[in-house]
Ligand binder design. Sequence first.
Ligand code: ZN
Length: 452
Amino acid sequence: MTTLLVKNIHTLVTMDATRREIRSGAIFVRDNVIEQVGTSQEISQTADEVLDLQGRYIVLPGLVNTHHHFCQTLTRVIPKSQNCDLFNWLINLYPIWANLTAEAIYISAQMAAAELILSGCTTASDHLYIYPNDCTLDDEIRGIQDIGIRFHASRGSMSVGESLGGLPPDSLVEKEPDILKDSQRLIEQYHDNSRHAMLRITLAPCSPFSVSQDLMRESAAMARSYQGVRLHTHLAENKADVTYSLENFGMIPGDYAESVGWLGEDVWHAHCVQLSDESILKFGKTGTGVAHCPCSNMRLASGIAPLRKMLDNKVPVGLGVDGSASNDAGNLLQEARTAFLLARVGSCDASIMTAREILEVATIGGAKVLGRDDIGYLAPGMSADFIAINIDRPQFAGAHHDLVAALIFCQVNSVDYSFINGKKVVDRGRLTTVELETLVEKTNRIAHQLVA
Ligand code: ZN
């Protein structure tokens, strides 16, 4: 057993039930679990490791990323796809992704996770739906286990190619029995439903325009036959996506999801930019979650997701940076700021959302969307996932009137410390688990090969 004491925290943002913000705060951790949260005066015992933050850091729960495609880190700003909407963007990228290899999956997962961790993320979900050459989800899992972020790995899939009216080329889709067989293998090999689990498996047929309704139903049935295996997909991303649903299924996206059994507390959908008011009500009533990805939605000109309306109707919402080919960053603190600003400009209402509300979406909201009751806020019994940010950095200069709001208002975009499952993964702004310079070099080498 090892213990950790983090003390003299300028402001400890707990995000607990009463949203306590503790001045001169402290956290005591035993192994991977928080044992005490309070003031430095209240928590005075010593520990195996003591981190004295000398009143110069703000500490908050690690942020949760609910939607990503790690492998897209290799295909950012591809010239042909820079100025396209969703479908054309995909059509230009599929042939490049067809060259992915196991090594590319491993390295891009680490690169994406590194970027997320440095921007405050301690739990990430990824959606890998393309398996050309020797690629498997195992490659991504290995990469993530080596870097040490809490991980929800989604076994994505595509089964309806161009010849059947889908969007992806036939060469990139898999046979449905193979998808289901591999899904079952991955659940049985990796899924950990225990409290504080570092790895869980999700089943995630890609989108209405790349899988069949059968596969949606079969995947849901399989996921629900295991404890804690969740369901994830893309839905109502833009107007063309809605048109596709109407033309191919005779239903709007929300009704399509309902018709294949994809509403419920164990389901979350990415984007939902064009979700109808009625569907929002259904999502709220059934506890169906949404991954809100504002940068990607802006980049692909998909529209502005009705974030306020979703929250007001009790839809669980978390943030997602989405794949790095449509963001093209993977910075979760930035994503929170963008979500906050976009909600305001989309409604022409500066009071529509506060900085603290978007921090809730980024922490508690993300935890809810991923079905976790052990992360998202700081309290005894919770997983030891938290981040610390120095308040002397330039972005906070002149902003000490409200440092918590300044996290969002003032474009703070990196952390100085990150603890994940009790382990120090960022130390004074540097990753401790991988050599970042080497990782960047490898990423660039593979990205070049992939496109060449
Ligand atoms: Zn996506």
